[in-house]
Design a protein around this ligand. Structure first.
Ligand code: COA
Length: 320
């Protein structure tokens, strides 16, 4: 039996920090409202010159360094992003070039919004287990600040920019135990950035629009379902889970999931307070932060799970 295993992590956050107090000067809101409803205190915002591939580059370099490999040993590049540098080429192809990888390895993007990293990790896992590739670079990177309407208080307080990356390698010992991906496209109206490019113009709003209450309810339900599915597939119960590494959208969603799994919050990695919702970047950012703090021990069981526009949702159960 062949598995794939995370052997390196890295992350990057833009320097500029936007606090809730800063937002009080931009829209009719308060630190109190944002913090009690979401758990967010601050988020990072990329400079205008920084693109998703630039954030990805920094995170990838750190992941490559922590894996102790050379960039040219990477033979598969998958980038999850909702805010690509351009319509095409893919952010993954641009990242491959910026990393100086000259081995013509495949590079492609995955778009599953905030579940993007889970989808990308699952895709890489299939390729590595099949024995086709030796080192996959899997990245979640976002400059969500570009598609936020900074006059809309119902969305602008929630999101931030950043990138996280992992290096995945085939391994005879686990590794990723199982991946569980889902989508229900009929929910598309509750969370979308509907604008499209047509004849040199953007048709429809290019900004994130969201029915927050509807997203909240769906998110809590599907996250519980997919966690149960992942545990059942591995004949595990909540007491077998050492760490929950959830998508960082809202502390209330995270706490509700932890409660349903009977997991103490000290076994849950939380970064939403400092990062806000960084969409596809949030899980690898949380993973890298906790890994660098030395919180995970070898052999511990981690449950990664996410939900996002689509609606898409999914989970990855793995041994660290
Ligand atoms: N500051 C102050 N007041 C705000 C506000 C803000 N930033 N945003 C909205 N409000 C107001 C609303 O206008 C509303 O006022 P009203 O009662 O006078 O109409 C009031 O606060 C309550 O709004 P409501 O939307 O019911 O709040 P809520 O408790 O549902 O919290 C969210 C809103 C967005 C925090 C919450 O619904 C949520 O987290 N949803 C999930 C969002 C998410 O995670 N999306 C990404 C998934 S990947």
């Amino acid at each position: 039996m062949m598995y794939s295993r995370i052997v390196g992590t890295g992350s990057y956050l833009p320097e500029r920090i936007l606090s809730n107090h800063d937002l009080e000067g931009m829209v009719d809101t308060s630190h109190e409202w944002i913090f009690t409803r979401t758990g967010i205190i601050e988020r990072h915002i990329a400079d205008e010159s920084e693109l998703a591939s630039d954030l990805a580059l920094q995170a990838s370099r750190r992941a490559i360094e922590s894996a102790g490999i050379g960039a040219d040993e990477i033979d598969l590049v998958i980038v999850a992003t909702t805010t690509p540098d351009m319509l095409f080429p893919s952010t993954a192809a641009l990242l491959q070039s910026k990393l100086g990888i000259k081995n013509n390895c495949p590079a492609f993007d995955v778009q599953a919004v905030c579940t993007g990293f889970i989808y990308a990790l699952s895709t890489a896992d299939c390729y590595l287990r099949s024995g086709k590739y030796r080192h996959a670079l899997v990245v979640g990177t976002e400059v969500l600040s570009r598609i936020i309407d900074w006059t809309d208080r119902s969305t602008c307080v929630l999101f931030g920019d950043g990138a996280g990356a992992v290096i995945l390698k085939p391994s005879v010992s686990p590794g990723i135990l199982s991946c569980h991906l889902h989508a229900d496209g009929s929910y598309n109206p509750i969370l979308a950035a509907p604008g499209r490019v047509c004849n040199g113009q953007i048709q429809g709003s290019p900004f994130v629009s969201m029915n927050g209450n509807a997203v909240f309810k769906v998110a809590v339900n599907v996250l519980e379902q997919v966690a149960e599915e992942a545990m059942l597939a591995n004949k595990m119960s909540p007491s077998d889970i050492d760490w929950l590494v959830p998508h960082q959208a809202n502390i209330r969603i995270i706490e509700a999931t932890a409660k349903k799994l009977s997991l103490n919050m000290d076994r849950v990695v939380v970064t939403v307070d400092r990062h806000g919702n960084t969409s596809a970047a949030s899980i690898p950012l949380a993973l890298d932060q906790a890994a660098r703090e030395g919180r995970f021990r070898e052999g511990e069981t981690l449950l990664l799970e996410g939900v996002g526009g689509g609606i898409t949702w999914g989970a990855v159960l793995l041994k660290w």
